[in-house]
Design a protein around this ligand. Structure first.
Ligand code: DGY
Length: 325
């Protein structure tokens, strides 16, 4: 048992116990705070494996310090916090945790869509602040979900799971993706739509693409100008896919009607962020996959990826597939 791993956040005992059967384990113990960069830089020098989260930047500078590192296991489906090309160049495997969080994240995406369209948070505040004086014909009126048109940008597993939920609401479901998914079209009765057309036609637009150089600021001023003025934007992917300044302008100018955001460019976001000042925005602290069961499944899958990789076996989910031989 001479392999060393470092865990960058305090995890439940059962996960640490499992990892300790295979490795010499060190963990950043301080209750729910990200490991300071200086400590991570020290630790990465010694270890064979890293169990990390999306809060750690695993960049070129960090990877240059790592002498023995063979695997980085990221407890997330997204891996934009890791310089994948450089890790691959250095022969370091990167693993992630797709699949186990699909339904939970789709649930949250759909919840945010509904809460935004029917102004649930505003209504709750209205009542708590003692403003409810009478039933009123147009009080807190929102947008209908049932029978409307949903555009999904990025038809991965979560996108498909959102489409299934939308079908239960009799929604017309359009999607845009880099490649067409003919099987999904057949199975779910959804329609491939060119990028600008999906912006023009959707009442609800769900952003579910990974964050890459190609998707950075994918939704910006021009895209907002094409959207319906009653449209609701829901982003549960990564903040950088939507240009936040332009989103603010679009919401203030009435180019779109509202937004539901689980993710921000800078996380944690400051409460002084201009988007938070708007009533037609619902904000969440990146909780898409946050059910207890799913977070445990993600932690176990990450553990499995780490164990397999360091045993010389193929991990369950390898990001840099080119290292699989
Ligand atoms: C991910 O997995 O990438 C989410 O953002 C957190 O679950």
């Amino acid at each position: 048992m001479d392999r060393k791993i470092y865990i960058t956040r305090r995890l439940p005992d059962e996960i640490v116990a499992k990892l300790s059967k295979y490795f010499l384990v060190e963990m950043w113990e301080k209750e729910d705070t990200p490991v300071p960069r200086s400590i991570l830089e020290e630790k990465v020098k010694e270890v064979d494996g890293l169990f990390c989260l999306l809060t750690e930047a695993i960049d070129r500078e960090l990877l240059d310090q790592a002498k023995n590192l063979k695997v980085i296991s990221n407890m997330a489906v997204g891996y934009n916090n890791i310089d994948i090309n450089y890790a691959t160049q250095k022969g370091i495997m990167v693993t992630n945790t797709p699949g186990v969080l699909t339904e939970t994240t789709a649930d949250l995406t759909f919840s945010l869509l509904m809460a935004t369209s029917r102004r649930l948070l505003e209504a709750d505040q209205f009542l708590r602040q003692g403003k409810w004086k009478t039933w009123s014909p147009f009080l807190l009126t929102g947008q209908d979900v049932f029978g409307s048109t949903l555009g999904i940008i990025g038809l991965g597993q979560i996108g498909k799971a959102v489409a299934r939920r939308a079908k239960g609401f009799n929604m017309e479901v359009l999607y845009y993706n880099r490649s067409r998914k003919f099987d999904a079209e057949q199975e779910l009765g959804i329609h491939y739509t060119e990028f600008e057309d999906i912006l023009r036609q959707s009442d609800f637009l769900c952003i579910l693409v990974p964050f890459t150089k190609d998707t950075e600021n994918l939704i910006s001023r021009k895209q907002f100008s094409l959207m319906k003025d009653n449209a609701v934007l829901v982003n549960t992917s990564r903040g950088g896919v939507v240009n936040e300044d332009e989103l603010y302008n679009a919401l203030v100018n009435g180019d779109i009607w509202a937004a539901g955001l689980d993710v921000f460019n800078q996380e944690p976001t400051s409460i002084d962020h201009p988007l938070i000042s708007l009533n037609n925005v619902i904000t969440l602290p990146h909780i898409g996959s946050a059910s207890y069961g799913t977070r445990m499944r993600m932690a176990y899958l990450n553990t499995e990826n780490l164990i397999r990789s360091l045993a010389g076996d193929k991990p369950v989910h390898l990001v840099n597939e080119e290292l699989s031989n």
